[in-house]
Ligand binder design. Structure first.
Ligand code: ADP
Ligand code: MG
Length: 374
């Protein structure tokens, strides 16, 4: 990407000019959870409605396009857009929806011929699919090369919140990280270390840090190949808070509580009550908190309390609170606290990459659109 494109501003809906009578392609994130072919939650469809009605209220005709699931470049009936199309017709009558973009290999392959197909007969392009904005796929980076383009309202909110937090946070700024694998999140952990005042580590991630401290982790989930990285992070001089009590199961599979050294065969599945209270205090005293990754295997009730305590602190603190990650968002929703935080990001990988790099391929593409350079 050239410097000027990188520095330019990202066009917003107003930058499309008069859309009356125009055909507008909207890249949405309709990657909804499905249950036996039925939509289990239509949140992502409803979330796109503000952008869609912004356009239709101004006389545009809208065609949406999305991927759904992971078909491998060919049609797979179970990933058909039909159920989404049906729901969309109820919520936004008259709006068209293309078939699953990933039914065609040109989507993930960013094939120019597939892009040409997408933009055929279209006058303008709107990207509202934050969850896919870190992918250089045809529907994300292709249309802005030729069409007047803009970010939709959802994408704009994500960018405003996440870049605002990354570039101009109120301090103390605390990142609370958990989940299953540190290797998934290493880039963002390192990037966050440069901007946060402290890191709080829970989830299975903490066991790789324990290993780096020379502590036995029993049979807990951990990543020996990341031990050197964790040693380096621990030596960085930043405040890194690790749990000092753990709950899990012993070698016989019975519920057990531990300190930070786990016996042979034991598995740690959650942070203990002492750690949860300490993490909660840190969150209460912060002015900005980013949380990604559950503190334990919260899907099992016995190991949900660490995640629940942290989620409650996120709800109670006066800090500006942002939650990223599909499972973290699911945990918040399970505890009915999703309305109590300032922002729940819809993009797992995209939110981490935006925090890490400060930019995404989809945003760079929009900055390069023909209407962006004014
Ligand atoms: P997110 O989707 O919020 O980014 P991740 O996908 O990284 O979160 O991790 C979520 C998963 O991590 C959950 O399914 C949870 O059960 C699992 N997990 C958290 N702590 C542990 C642990 N100690 N042992 C095993 N799995 C864990
Ligand atoms: Mg996840």
């Amino acid at each position: 990407m050239s410097g000027s494109v990188e520095m330019g501003r990202i066009p917003v809906l107003d930058d499309l000019g008069d859309v009356s009578g125009k055909r507008v392609l909207v890249r949405t994130d309709f990657n909804v959870p499905l249950d036996n072919g039925e939509i289990a939650d239509d949140f992502r469809i409803r979330a796109a409605l503000p952008t869609i009605s912004w356009l239709t209220d101004r006389g545009a005709s809208v065609v949406c396009a999305s991927h759904l699931g992971r078909p491998k470049g060919k049609p797979e009936p179970k990933y058909s857009m039909a159920p989404v199309r049906e729901r969309l017709a109820e919520l936004a009558p008259g709006v068209d929806l293309m078939e699953n973009l990933r039914f065609h290999p040109g989507e993930e392959g960013n094939d120019p011929a597939f892009v040409a197909n997408l933009v055929d007969g279209v006058d303008a392009y709107v990207d509202d699919a934050f969850g896919a904005a870190h992918r250089s796929h045809a529907s994300i980076v292709g249309p802005p090369k030729t069409l007047p383009s803009a970010m939709g309202l959802l994408l704009q909110k994500e960018v405003d919140v996440l870049l605002g937090m990354r570039n101009n946070p109120k301090h103390p700024f605390v990142a609370v990280l958990g989940g299953s694998k540190i290797s998934d999140k290493l880039g963002v952990v390192e990037a966050l270390l440069g901007i946060v005042d402290s890191l709080v580590i829970g989830g299975a991630m903490c066991f790789t840090f324990f290993m780096a401290q020379g502590k036995p982790v029993g049979a807990s989930l951990c990543e020996p190949d990341q031990v050197e990285t964790c040693k380096r992070l621990l030596a960085s001089g930043k405040a890194i808070h690790l749990p000092d009590d753990i709950t899990g199961v012993d070698a016989n599979g019975a519920y057990a509580t531990f300190g930070t050294r786990l016996p042979d065969g034991a598995k740690g599945f959650d942070i203990g009550p002492g750690s949860a209270a300490a993490f909660s205090d840190i969150i209460m005293d912060a002015r900005t908190v980013f949380w990604n990754g559950p503190m334990g295997m919260f899907e099992d009730d016995r190991f949900a309390s660490g995640t629940r305590t942290v989620a409650q602190a996120m709800a109670d603190t006066k800090a500006f609170t942002v939650v990223g990650g599909g499972d973290s968002a699911a945990a918040l929703a399970q505890f009915r606290l999703d309305d109590e935080v300032d922002h729940v990001s819809t993009g797992g990988g995209a939110s981490l990459e935006l925090l890490e790099l400060g930019d995404l391929p989809g945003l760079q593409a929009l900055r390069g659109a023909p209407n962006a350079a004014q």
